[in-house]
Design a protein around this ligand. Structure first.
Ligand SMILES: Nc1ncnc2c1ncn2[C@@H]1O[C@H](COP(=O)(O)OP(=O)(O)OP(=O)(O)O)[C@@H](O)[C@H]1O
Ligand SMILES: [Mg+2]
Length: 755
């Protein structure tokens, strides 16, 4: 591959690069011409190439084609002294400083001519795909801001009413056309002829013009020496994951289709033309947004500023996939909405989220590049944002299905959305789902338990010493989807039979840095906190509980704050505690509380998904694990086997009262039983299923019950009858499986980063 592609400085706008090289600041009030160019046809090209050539070669060919097109366009722009300020979808917003519109107009036509070579792209299967472009030019004054958190990504922004004008003009143009605003038309006078007038009389008027014949003085950028901008500066312009990829020599993220989640947020409240604090305010807002997104390993990909409302676009699942990207996106949306409310200069925001197979990867020309996540579902997210009222978060059906259990929802009637032939289901997010009962309850599984007889016998045996007052630690391990949580349900079932109460918490994949996350629900339940009531009422209750356990504990109440997720102001005693004392004092107090309450009553604690446990939670687990040996407590922890680091860090595994149950794949007989149960559920009969089908599923699912269930769910949702199916291998993977598999691949690749 062309090594110029991998020049990271191409992620910086050309004029900004020049200013950095010259060591000068760019002014934040500028006069010149803005040019907008929107290319159509990349979506069908993507589909064709990936279909014809497969994911690997298709991606390479697609990346090559995208680069060719952008290179051709950007070469023209740079000849006229212009710069690509930002990418939005397959469009670029450019700036030619100091231009009255003449050069920008000439440039727009030069770009149209350059596009002609791409009107007939032949795909390997013989199809012809035609790419086309529309362009708009507006001249006048604008603002230019440099914002963003430098440790995440700096963002160059062009703002002001001129951009709104550009956007309205662009809507009038068809493929192949150039549209000019009133200022430029007046300026150019007889130099151009208008083919068609559009818009309102006065300044809202635009003209589609005929090609200009007069030659224009070109002002190309001087050649910059390679590495002309210090590495430390360049890296602040790339998303950390992208920079890391380039630096480690693994090349760019090539174009590929992968499941991802798109979030659009509309915000308003800043006056970009008049307010002298506009840059400060925008920066404060965007840095806050970047910080929230980073927590979920999501990225801010686009920022479009307009006076009537600006929007930003963030993607989840690309470049790095997570199995819970839908949940991450909705959690982030709630946080973003809260954060905007806290800023007095930002009005209530509107958010739309959607999920689907999207085109992802680095794209652009060798002289100017970006990373993008594009496709139909991105447009759907933008439409949902437009549909939302201030303060609302609206999501598509696929987001809802991936996040439904984690939040509460308001159902909306199916809604007509531009670009969709049928009304689509829309869901409004209300809040995080707070389970009413913190106590462990037997989850309801539709299907009966399959296999695992020896494990269940082992579990029953572990309860014996517990009932005699000898605490036990039971560690359930196994790969994703193997049936750990299903087995925990059996443990809870058994505990219920023995009248043992249980408390449980779950780690979250985005929670590895959130202190005490997994413990919060457990301790809230342990102290019987009325979490639906006010903070003051909870505090009164907590004080009572603590005093009952040990009268001296109430004075140390504030240090419990992080494990019960409740703000408790320091008192005279705790005020003087440093971090170290706070932690040790918290740990020993919790051990004492647990021991006190279980002197005569057995108890079970379950910590799910501990491969995502945060460091403080893990240390608390260690301390508690040691403290229960002479108490009737069963401590159950669940981890995926993949995370070997954890079992090393899990010092309780050395304790005599620790035992581990490792779950392996289903045997063929167990897999067959699960398939039959599942199909009986779908078909309502216990019909004989062809052996070849059962074999095919087992092979594709590797004896993993989650894979088996998801494959069968998917076939069912596609209306495919298992009794008639042929060529099971050709069936595409369902999104849930695809995401899970991708998240593993991404994590493995990232952990192999050059060090
Ligand atoms: N022994 C079993 N009998 C019946 N169904 C099972 C069994 N084991 C797993 N399943 C089904 O397979 C699916 C995945 O199992 P489960 O959620 O327990 O996996 P897990 O190991 O907890 O995965 P993760 O690491 O992703 O949390 C569930 O829908 C569950 O009902
Ligand atoms: Mg699980």
């Amino acid at each position: 591959m062309d090594s110029r592609m991998e020049r990271p400085s191409a992620y910086i706008p050309r004029d900004r690069r020049q200013a950095l090289f010259d060591g000068v600041n760019m002014p934040d009030r500028v006069v010149g011409a803005a040019l907008f160019a929107d290319i159509s046809g990349f979506t069908p090209l993507t589909e064709s190439l990936l279909q014809d050539l497969g994911p690997q070669r298709g991606a390479e060919e697609l990346s090559r084609q995208l680069n060719l097109v952008y290179d051709a366009l950007i070469a023209q722009l740079h000849r006229f002294g212009g710069s690509v300020i930002s990418f939005s979808g397959d469009a670029i917003t450019c700036w030619i400083d100091g231009d009255d519109g003449f050069r920008a107009t000439a440039c727009a036509f030069a770009m149209q001519v350059a596009m002609e070579q791409f009107t007939q792209i032949k795909t390997p299967s013989g199809k012809t795909i035609s790419l086309a472009m529309k362009t708009a030019v507006a001249a006048g004054s604008a603002r230019r801001f440099l914002i963003g958190n430098p440790s995440i990504q700096k963002i160059d922004v062009l703002a002001g009413s001129l951009l709104d004008e550009l956007a309205s003009g662009e809507k009038y143009a068809n493929k192949g056309e150039v549209v000019l605003n009133k200022t430029v038309l007046d300026m150019l006078g007889d130099t151009v002829t208008v083919d068609r007038w559009i818009g309102e009389e006065g300044n809202g008027r635009f003209g589609i013009i005929n090609p200009i014949t007069q030659s224009v003085f070109q002002t190309p950028w001087p050649e910059l020496p390679p590495d002309s901008i210090p590495e430390d500066e360049v890296r602040t312009w790339l998303l950390p994951a992208i920079y890391e990829r380039l630096r480690s020599g693994r090349g760019e993220f090539l174009a590929e289709l992968r499941p991802a989640v798109a979030l659009f947020l509309r915000f308003s409240g800043i006056d970009y033309d008049q307010d002298s604090d506009a840059a400060y305010k925008l920066d404060k807002f965007i840095q806050g947004v970047q910080t929230i997104l980073a927590k979920y390993e999501s990225n801010l990909l686009q920022l479009t500023i307009g006076d009537k409302g600006s929007n930003l676009y963030a993607a989840f699942g690309a470049p790095l996939a997570h199995e819970d990207d839908a949940i991450r996106a909705v959690s982030a949306a709630l946080e973003l909405s809260d954060f905007s409310e806290q800023l007095d200069f930002i009005n209530a925001v509107e958010i739309g989220i959607s999920r689907g197979r999207l085109r992802t990867g680095a794209y652009g020309g060798s002289m100017r590049r970006t990373y993008g996540v594009l496709g139909d579902d991105v447009n759907l997210a933008a439409r949902l944002m437009q549909l939302a009222q201030p303060g609302e978060i609206l999501v598509s059906a696929r987001v809802w299905s991936g996040a439904k259990d984690a939040f509460t929802w308001e159902n909306r009637p199916d809604t007509i959305i531009k670009g969709k032939s049928e009304p689509v289901p829309v869901y409004k997010v209300e809040a995080h789902f707070q389970p009413a009962a913190i106590r462990l309850q037997e989850p309801n599984y539709t299907l009966p338990m399959v296999g695992r007889e020896s494990e269940i016998a082992q579990i029953k045996a572990v309860f014996q010493p517990v009932l005699k007052g000898k605490g036990q630690i039971l560690h359930i391990s196994g790969e994703a989807g193997i049936g750990k949580s299903r087995l925990v349900a059996e443990i809870v079932h058994h505990a219920t039979e023995l009248k043992i109460n249980g408390l449980g918490g779950e780690c979250q994949s985005y929670g590895t840095k959130s202190s005490y996350l997994v413990w919060q629900r457990i301790w809230q339940g342990f102290f019987n906190l009325p979490t639906e009531q006010s903070r003051d009422e909870q505090l009164i209750h907590l004080e009572k509980e603590l005093t009952q356990i040990n009268p001296s504990f109430a004075a140390r109440m504030p240090i419990l704050s992080p494990v019960i997720n409740l703000q408790i102001p320091d008192n005279d005693l705790t005020h003087s505690f440093d971090a170290k004392l706070r932690k040790s004092s918290l740990e020993s107090m919790l051990v004492d509380c647990l021991r006190a309450k279980t002197e005569h009553t057995p108890m079970m604690l379950v910590l799910e998904d501990c491969h995502w446990i945060d460091p403080l939670s893990l240390e608390l687990l260690d301390v508690l694990g040691r403290g229960i040996a002479d108490r009737p407590i069963l401590l159950v922890i669940v981890t995926r086997a993949l995370q070997a680091e954890l079992s090393q860090g899990l010092s309780i595994s050395q304790l005599p009262h620790y035992a581990r149950i490792h779950l392996s794949e289903f045997t063929a007989a167990e897999a067959k039983q699960l398939i039959n149960l599942k199909l009986a559920h779908f078909l309502g009969t216990e019909e004989q299923i062809p052996k070849a089908f059962v074999k095919g599923i087992i092979k594709r699912a590797d004896g993993n019950p989650f894979y088996i269930e998801e494959l069968l769910n998917y076939l069912d949702s596609q209306g495919i009858d298992p009794r008639k199916i042929q060529g099971l291998n050709q069936v595409e993977l369902p999104t849930s499986l695809h995401s899970l598999i991708l998240s593993r691949i991404d994590q493995l690749t990232e952990s192999q980063k050059s060090t």
